[in-house]
Design a binder for this molecule. Structure first.
Ligand code: PLP
Length: 374
């Protein structure tokens, strides 16, 4: 029989509240009309509150990677030296984007499973002169690691470098203060903790980044910050190109939900889900991939136990129990699986997933280790 419901616990896209799903399916509107202009501006003002910034927030129709590209091409010139902090696939991706547009990229790495130590950033900036920008992934989705963004921002402050932040899998779930921490460009996507469908990116741009954009020479057209800002301020043409109307309609419902609940409550919700998940998988005798100090509150990476096929484990969870979790990416393919717990994910979904995991592990012959089953 066809399963009617999937317990979607991948690290994005995430489950949507029913009222958000309904909003997505309403009739199309005139995207140059006054009504749509009001909706878009309200959404952007709400997202700015989540970025904790008073700077204007821009939106583009794109996936998260499009947002990373927008961040890079608007504030940098070919040949600019960039320090890319990487502890996983998405940190590597940010570095690749900068490289593709001609930046001279120096990569500063941490072992996968760990975050980047702010002291390491201080030292790297001391070692390398003329760094124009530092790139960092706030929450490294591929390993379930959250970087100490505040500490890294402190390390960058005073160096003269801009700080560009990938907050795709953190914004709305983990505290991020764009203004107070001095973050210059912050990118997030619509499809994770903001409880919307994929298709939109939001970008906050600091006054320093706006200054940098005036002299930056990397090629750009669709992703021009200046064009997006100017159009938003115009009377009847709010976006330079056709906006992702269903994404905006969805966020017009989800963003007020988040703000009504309040950011501290949203952060506490994610902390609770993460703690439940970590405690639960360890009680089943499994080992967490990320070191405890860096463990993410939006995604938990779990080592596949020796002798068990990770693909088979995930397939059984999906087929027998309707539980969808993600596999490992790149070098971690088959070695870990990842449980996403962000946005609208509820505690009951985690409980159900843990129960299913216990059954599947038993079927696959996994014996709990003596330490964790005590
Ligand atoms: N950065 C991070 C940290 C992510 O988790 C993701 C998506 O999972 C992305 C960037 C963007 O990826 P995509 O372009 O597939 O939306």
């Amino acid at each position: 029989m066809e399963r009617s419901r999937v317990n979607l616990l991948i690290p994005g896209p995430t489950p949507l509240p029913p009222e958000v799903r309904e909003a997505m399916s309403t009739a199309m509107v005139d995207h140059r009309g006054a009504e749509f202009g009001r909706i878009l501006r309200d959404v952007l003002a709400g997202v700015a509150q989540i970025f904790q910034t008073t700077s204007p927030v821009l939106m583009f129709a794109a996936s998260g990677t499009g947002g990373l590209e927008a961040a890079v091409v608007n504030v940098l010139s070919p040949g600019d030296r960039v320090l890319a902090l990487s502890c996983g696939m998405f940190g590597d991706r940010f570095a690749s984007v900068a490289r593709a547009f001609g930046a001279e990229v120096i990569v500063e790495e941490a072992p996968w499973g760990c975050g980047i130590d702010p002291q390491q950033v201080t030292e790297a900036l001391r070692r390398h002169a003329r760094v124009r920008a530092v790139l960092v992934t706030h929450n490294e989705t591929s390993t379930g690691v959250t970087n100490d963004l505040r500490g890294i921002a402190e390390a960058v402050r005073g160096s003269g470098a801009l700080l560009l932040v990938d907050a795709v899998s953190s914004l709305g779930a983990i505290d991020l203060r764009a203004d107070a921490w001095g973050l210059d460009v912050v990118v997030t996507g619509s499809q994770k903790a903001l409880m919307g469908p994929p298709g939109g990116v939001f970008i906050s741009v600091s006054p320093n980044a706006w200054e940098a954009s005036k002299v930056a020479r990397m090629p750009r057209h669709y992703f021009s910050f200046a064009m997006a800002r100017d159009q938003l301020a115009s009377e009847a043409a709010y976006t330079p190109f056709t906006p992702a109307i269903p994404v905006i309609s969805a966020l017009a419902v989800s963003i007020p939900m988040i703000l009504r609940e309040g950011l501290p409550a949203r952060f506490a919700h994610h902390r609770r889900l993460a703690e439940m998940t970590r405690t639960g998988v360890q009680a089943l005798g499994l080992e967490l991939f990320a070191q405890a100090r860096w463990a993410s509150e939006t995604v938990t990476a779990v080592r596949v136990p020796a002798g068990i096929d990770g693909k088979e484990l995930r397939a059984r969870l999906r087929e027998q129990f309707g539980v969808a979790v993600a596999g490992g990416q790149g070098a971690l393919d088959g070695r870990i699986f990842r449980i996403g717990h962000m946005g609208y994910v509820q505690e009951a979904q985690i409980v159900e997933a843990l129960a299913a995991l216990e059954r599947v592990l038993a079927e696959l012959g996994h014996r709990r280790s003596p330490v964790s089953s005590r």
